[in-house]
Design a protein around this ligand. Structure first.
Ligand code: ZN
Length: 459
């Protein structure tokens, strides 16, 4: 799961939804007994030791995107899919690292020991400083043209600030912090050099500018290093004579954070994707299933975004559900919430086909109608963005080992792996089993249970 820096959205109570409507999933009346029989066709075949072994193999080496470790993981995943006879593809995409070779900020000849923004423009400029406050849209003065903008951090993104001053002709950005928290904070791409300084330095310059002009020099050289990361895609085609023409996707991310073993984050999700692939291969279906593992999730869902961006619209139109599993085995996650804290997060905080099916499956198998909540930060985001009903299955709140070197196999619970894989497997099977009708993607899903919104922070 991706860690972003901003604060998690707190939801208004008015967004809490509850559907009392009961629809028939099968042709005819809802029948919990027969659904359970169908569940068993999938969940009885889950072998949690297979999942555990996958996690053990993957977590033996960190899998940061763009490294040999990622390639090692990708090769393993690919070989597993291929051994099942699936049409398997490794889809490469570029990722970029930035190396700072020079990051000089001088004012009247004095070095401020500033930090260049990652992705700053590379250039050497000397010009007068102009105080532009927070560089909010519509507030940047015209006289910044040809000069260096002194900008205060806060309220809008770095990218927007840089854009706003460059639009007025600024040739550089000197940004000071909005807290006493040092000078290493800037992340923005841009064609002009951008350097971060401390709040004290910034306020000092604001004062000096009141008494006359100040000259600054910014000299930045950022080297862009292109690397390759991957998405692994495995297609399972339905029976030729019974094909709804629809597609269900089941995904997880295979990359870890830098030097992280990533046993739970997210070798656990990958292990479930592989195990469900193994089971579905031998189960009659009427809908294509795509098993996906994404690289570069930890860089901000780069792999899943790339994957969705390269799909033909005709594929997107046929996709009816995306199940994302990220961190589904953390023994110490979930506090004392039911089912080890398993929850389904959607991007918009609303129910959809995926959450309806997940809640029903949880209710049938474990007497727990899985709750849902609102959260992005994983690969369900790009699928949601193109209109595909999507949810993230995760134990929340996350365990103390999240993004730590201690995210190792010792902290994985087999019981949690089994539960999450069972619920996702049974939910997906509801769609792809041959006796259920094709779904209208635009429709609210068939729901057989009531389940509640929870405003549960993930960390
Ligand atoms: Zn993560």
């Amino acid at each position: 799961m991706f860690r972003r820096k901003s604060i998690i959205t707190v939801l208004a109570a008015s967004m809490i939804l509850s559907s009392g409507v009961v629809y028939a999933q099968t042709n005819g009346a809802p029948n919990a007994q027969s659904d359970t029989a169908f569940d068993n066709k999938v969940i009885k075949k889950i072998n949690v030791d297979n999942m555990y072994n996958t996690i053990k193999y993957l977590s033996a080496v960190p899998r940061e995107a763009g490294t040999e470790g990622e390639v090692r993981g990708v090769e393993y995943i690919e070989s597993q899919f291929k051994s099942l006879g699936l049409e398997t593809k490794r889809i490469p995409f570029p990722i970029y690292d930035y190396k700072t070779n020079r990051e000089l900020a001088k004012v009247d000849g004095v070095d401020l020991n500033g930090h260049a923004f990652s992705g700053s423009g590379s250039e050497n400029v000397t010009a007068e400083l102009v105080n532009v406050g927070k560089a909010l849209a519509g507030t940047v003065p015209n006289d910044v043209a040809g000069k260096i903008a002194l900008v205060e951090r806060g309220d809008i993104t770095f990218v927007e600030k840089v854009k706003n001053v460059v639009a007025k002709g600024a040739v550089g950005v000197l940004m000071y912090n909005n807290s006493a928290n040092g000078n290493n904070f800037g992340q923005a791409n841009g064609e002009v050099p951008a350097v971060a300084i401390t709040r004290a330095q910034g306020l000092n310059l604001v004062e000096r500018l009141k008494n006359g002009s100040v000259e600054a020099t910014l000299d930045v050289e950022i080297q862009t290093i292109e690397k390759t990361s991957y998405v692994v895609e495995a297609k399972l085609k339905p029976n030729k004579n019974k094909d709804t023409g629809q597609i269900v996707t089941i995904g997880a991310h295979h990359d870890s954070v830098h030097l992280g073993p990533g046993a739970n984050d997210d070798a656990s999700g990958v292990s479930a994707v592989l195990e469900l692939a193994r089971i579905f291969v031998n189960t009659p279906i009427d809908t294509e299933v795509r098993f996906l593992t994404f690289g570069s999730e930890e860089r901000g869902m780069v792999g899943s975004s790339f994957y969705v961006s390269q799909l033909p619209q005709s594929d997107i139109d046929r996709m009816v559900a995306h199940f994302q599993m990220d961190m589904i085995g953390g023994a110490e996650a979930g506090e004392d919430h039911p089912l080890g804290g398993l929850i389904m997060y959607t991007i918009d905080g609303k129910k959809n086909l995926v959450t309806d099916l997940g809640a029903s499956a949880g209710s049938r198998m474990y007497d727990v109608p899985l709750p849902y909540g609102q959260l992005g930060r994983s690969d369900h985001q790009p699928f949601h963005d193109v209109g595909i009903p999507s949810a993230l299955f995760i134990h929340s709140p996350v365990e103390p080992q999240y993004h730590q070197p201690t995210d190792t196999i010792e902290h994985i619970s087999k019981e949690k792996l089994q539960q999450a894989a069972s619920i996702v497997g049974a939910s997906a099977y509801q769609i792809v089993r041959p006796d259920t009708p094709a779904l209208d993607r635009a429709h609210v899903a068939p729901a057989t249970v009531n389940y509640d919104f929870e405003n549960r922070p993930v960390d």
